[in-house]
Design a protein around this ligand. Structure first.
Ligand SMILES: [Zn+2]
Length: 467
């Protein structure tokens, strides 16, 4: 498996620290609001990395932090007159809900910053003791000039003219000493901790170092984030972690590019700021967005617009129908291997090989998706005939599931009994050539949010998608 490592700025062969196992840390959301679709693109990227590793038979131990204390969460909680815990839990729950809607593999340890304060303090105390960090009047700061490799990830140079940065909205242009621990002031309200350090709260960067080392070890295989985290967040994570542990912090740094909306950066002021709820509100299925995300390479900017999303909604409808039809058509047993069987097997094996190659080529999910769709085309060819040999069915459906384990386009929902009854009634009318009645029943089914597709000898019901 090959991946682009931001640390070496090269595509590298992935080699795990321990054979067959991968430790992976991904920077999670700050839960002060709903996450936007740009964030969701990054989370789908994390999910793709994990699924690709699983395709290669790695056991993945994945940790994601939830930042539930920082400048924004504290301000938000005070404004809403809620406790910090209440306020952040609200948005953490929405975040998890979004991941579920997008079929993100939840085999992840989610951990909150506020549950790991002791570990952060322990690291900070040692950094001060060893001279990497110092105390100022408003907090404890990391001295970037003390870490000789500072800039190895981002290329940012320490030129001696740096200043000190307390807030979490950091300077993106210059290397600066950054706050590990911020002493309490009146703006913090109830958000403070005591312990080995003076009453205060952690800075943002230290959270990820502490949680990554605590749950996954001092050196891990993979750390992911969006490109805007390279500097200073990830650079600072490296500085404080490696100064603390005297070991390499991360072997492979993987970063996802941004999402744009109609070629522009998403922002509240441009009124082009969307959450998953906004897409759902316009009638889109969340998985259409997942399809859109995986159809672009993670290292390219993804240009979002609704017209484009509509294309993916259509594609989603097609995927849903193909898979349901394959499962629905009549299965029969050929007595022996015939030409069709052998040919199907050969074609499917080839496609799966190409699929795996694409995934292992720095996660080329765009190409992988095309291979997945060609499996569905093969399935369509069979289902059009209204029946399929059992053996061919099993070869095809196994391959489709295998590919879909990486792409995550499972479309799972239950069709209500009354809709099934209406569809059967319609089928009966069709057989009796009572086409007007049959059409009325189709309309009724459609009004209830479902569509019917007729196949040779049978029919398939699916959810209705936007057209
Ligand atoms: Zn982080």
């Amino acid at each position: 498996m090959k991946v682009y490592n931001s640390l070496s700025r090269k595509i590298e062969n992935f080699k795990a620290l321990e054979q067959g196992k991968v430790t992976m840390y991904t920077c999670g959301p700050t839960v002060y609001n709903y996450v936007h679709i740009g964030n969701l693109r990054t989370f789908i990227f994390y999910d793709t990395v994990k699924r690709a590793l699983k395709l290669n038979d790695y056991k993945v131990k994945h940790v994601m932090n939830i930042t539930d204390v920082d400048d924004k969460t504290i301000k938000g909680a005070i404004e809403r007159r809620m406790s910090l815990k209440e306020y952040t839990e609200l948005y953490a729950n929405y975040f998890i809900e979004d991941l579920n809607k997008l079929n993100v593999d939840m085999d992840t340890k989610f951990t909150k910053a506020t549950d790991n304060i002791d570990e952060m303090q322990k690291i900070i105390v040692k950094l001060v003791k060893e001279g990497y960090a110092y105390e100022a009047d408003d907090g404890v700061y990391f001295n970037v000039s003390k870490f000789k490799d500072y800039g190895k990830l981002s290329g940012m140079k320490v030129d001696g003219s740096y200043s000190r940065i307390k807030n979490d909205d950091y300077d993106k242009e210059n290397a600066s000493d950054f706050a590990l621990w911020k002493y309490w002031d009146a703006n913090d309200g109830e958000a403070y901790w005591k312990g080995e350090l003076k009453k205060g709260r952690p800075g943002w960067h230290i959270e990820c170092s502490a949680m990554s080392m605590k749950y996954l070890g001092k050196t891990i295989d993979i750390h992911c984030g969006a490109v805007d985290l390279i500097f200073p967040h990830h650079e600072n994570e490296i500085a404080q972690s490696e100064s603390y542990s005297k070991q390499k912090f991360v072997n492979y740094w993987l970063h996802a590019e941004h999402l744009l909306v109609n070629g522009q950066k998403m922002s509240k002021s441009l009124n082009n700021f969307y959450t998953l709820k906004d897409l759902e509100g316009q009638g889109f299925n969340p998985l259409s967005f997942r399809l859109m995300a995986i159809d672009s390479h993670y290292r390219n900017k993804l240009d979002f617009n609704f017209e484009n999303l509509r294309k993916y909604e259509k594609l989603l409808a097609k995927i849903d129908l193909s898979i349901k039809a394959l499962n629905k058509v009549e299965k029969y047993e050929e007595k022996e291997d015939n030409y069709s069987r052998v040919q199907t097997k050969q074609k499917v094996e080839k496609v799966i090989e190409l699929f795996k190659e694409a995934v292992n080529n720095d996660l080329n999910t765009h190409e992988a998706l095309q291979h997945f769709l060609s499996l569905l085309d093969l399935a369509d060819e069979k289902t059009k005939k209204g029946k399929i040999d059992n053996n061919e069915f099993s070869v095809l459906s196994t391959a489709i599931s295998k590919a879909n384990d990486v792409l995550g386009i499972y479309i799972d929902y239950k069709i209500p009994e009354e809709i099934i009854a209406l569809a059967e009634e319609r089928e009966q009318k069709r057989r009796e050539k009572q086409f007007i009645e049959a059409d009325l029943l189709r309309e009724k089914i459609s009004e209830n949010g479902y569509s019917i597709a007729d196949l040779t000898g049978t029919f398939v019901i699916t959810k209705k998608y936007l057209d």
